[in-house]
Design a protein. Structure first.
Length: 461
């Protein structure tokens, strides 16, 4: 054994023990952190010491110091924002990705990770019933996926209008009209900002946050013929879980030559469940799709997917050429042609591992299980005095009010302080709400019961 591998052994052995301890503590500890980042900074901050420290001891120090500031996102009773946990195969594969330390940009230099990612991409397209010829890029998350897909959209609609945006930039370019639902996720606006496309044009939505087809038809009619149009739809509203009416919206937009993008950060996975097929009817007719693997699929952060039907547009927007790179000519092109980064970790490998470990039926079961738990939570909460469930619970999201905004905020604060479960507050359709997002594979009937009981207690006190 070399001195170097001995050094690794000790640090990794300690990291393994600390992570095991962390994972086994998750069911017992309060879900929320016990300190703020500002508190913790006192402990981990200060000037960088002059002298180094043994790496294994650094691992011990890290584990001890971080512990009070860790959120138990992997708990079956964590329902905050939209954050999934981590399936065992995903966590283990993610560790291997770090251990292998492959720079996953080039097929030629890192064939193992390239092949695993390509295989995962094919499995995904099949599972989600998307065109088998679509290009898939592994990005950090849905924000970067929205950016990547909309960069491809910008290329395509401007090319159709006779403008080469990669060569000539945006100055003097035809205006790109970007239509979005009034309740799109804010990262759509962020992606448009990165792309220099400015503020989008919001289209009215219904009481569940779905884009209204009549309002969309009106908005499209107001755009002069021949002008470039991008339409952003949504699979899974963060508050209601609602899905836009894809079949009608895609048809209307395509009649006008628009590019249709779907932000399905957590909702695209509904396409893997036959029971949810009504929600995703017409979804596959869009031009690009965003999703996260680190949400519904429960792989570790950071892992999003940018899926684009027109691979020419994707590569025109994202491709890079440098003389020292070795382009692959034996397969479907290099990973770096499909994402914003040149160098990156092989974040698609945990996706491969989780898909392999679940199989097709397991993915369907995972999605159906999350939806069933959301339904159980909604009916448990609806039975509590003074609780109003505000959305139609069609997927994984539940939004409730406890009467006045003030009371909803108070109950939310008491619930978080109690620590049995974690649900986050928000504002939706002019009201303060408690949002429940069921995203964790490990949530079971006991977690649902304990969480509903905790809400009942917070509402009673
Ligand atoms: C619909 C939707 N789009 C985009 C995002 C942003 O995802 P990420 O945090 O992975 O960048 C989210 C996050 O919750 C989301 O729910």
């Amino acid at each position: 054994m070399t001195a170097q591998s001995k050094t690794y052994d000790e640090s990794l052995a300690r990291a393994y023990e600390h992570v095991r301890r962390w994972l086994s503590s998750i069911d017992e500890r309060p879900v929320g952190p016990r300190v703020t980042a500002t508190d913790l900074l006192e402990d981990v901050g200060g000037p960088l010491p002059d002298d180094g420290k043994d790496p294994a001891e650094v691992v011990d120090e890290l584990a001890a110091k971080a512990d009070p500031g860790l959120m138990a996102i992997g708990s079956g009773r964590f329902f905050g924002w939209v954050m999934g946990g981590t399936l065992p195969a995903g966590l283990a594969a993610d560790w291997m990705v770090s251990g292998w330390d492959q720079n996953a940009g080039m097929r030629y230099s890192t064939p193992a990770t390239a092949a695993l990612e390509e295989s995962a991409a094919r499995w995904l397209l099949e599972l989600l019933h998307l065109p088998s010829t679509a290009d898939v890029g592994f990005v950090t998350g849905a924000t970067m996926s929205n950016f990547t897909c909309l960069a491809a959209a910008r290329h395509a609609v401007l090319a159709t209008a006779g403008w080469d945006v990669e060569r000539d930039g945006l100055t003097g370019a035809p205006k790109v009209h970007v239509l979005v639902g009034a309740e799109r996720h804010d990262t759509i606006d962020l992606a448009l900002r990165y792309l220099g496309l400015g503020q989008p044009e919001p289209v009215g939505s219904d009481e569940q946050g779905r884009i209204r087809v009549d309002a969309l038809a009106e908005a499209l009619a107001a755009i002069p013929q021949g002008e470039p149009i991008v339409l952003c739809l949504q699979a899974g509203n963060v508050h209601s879980g609602a899905f836009d009416p894809f079949a009608e919206a895609v048809a209307l937009a395509h009649e006008r030559g628009a590019w249709v993008h779907v932000d399905g950060a957590f909702g695209l996975w509904a396409a893997a469940s036959p029971a949810l097929s009504d929600l995703v009817e017409g979804l596959s007719g869009a031009d690009s799709w965003t999703t996260d693997a680190h949400k519904t699929l429960n792989v570790p952060y950071d892992c999003g997917l940018a899926i684009v039907a027109d691979s020419v547009a994707m590569r025109a927007a994202m491709g890079v050429h440098a003389s020292y790179l070795v382009p692959d000519e034996t397969g479907p092109g290099d990973p770096y042609e499909k994402v914003p980064e040149l160098s990156r970790r092989a974040r698609g490998v945990p996706v491969w591992a989780v898909l392999r470990s679940l199989g097709r039926q397991g993915v369907t079961g995972l999605v159906d299980g999350l939806v069933a738990n959301a339904g159980e939570i909604a009916s448990g909460l609806a039975a509590i005095d003074g609780v109003e469930v505000l959305n139609d619970v069609v997927y994984t999201q539940v939004c409730v009010s406890f009467g006045s905004d003030e009371r909803t905020r108070e109950v939310t604060a008491r619930l978080i302080a109690d620590g049995t479960t974690w649900m986050s507050g928000s504002r939706w359709r002019g009201r303060d709400v408690l949002r429940i997002s069921v995203s964790n594979w490990s949530t079971d009937a006991r977690d649902v019961r304990l969480s509903v009981d905790a809400v009942r207690a917070a509402a009673a006190s």
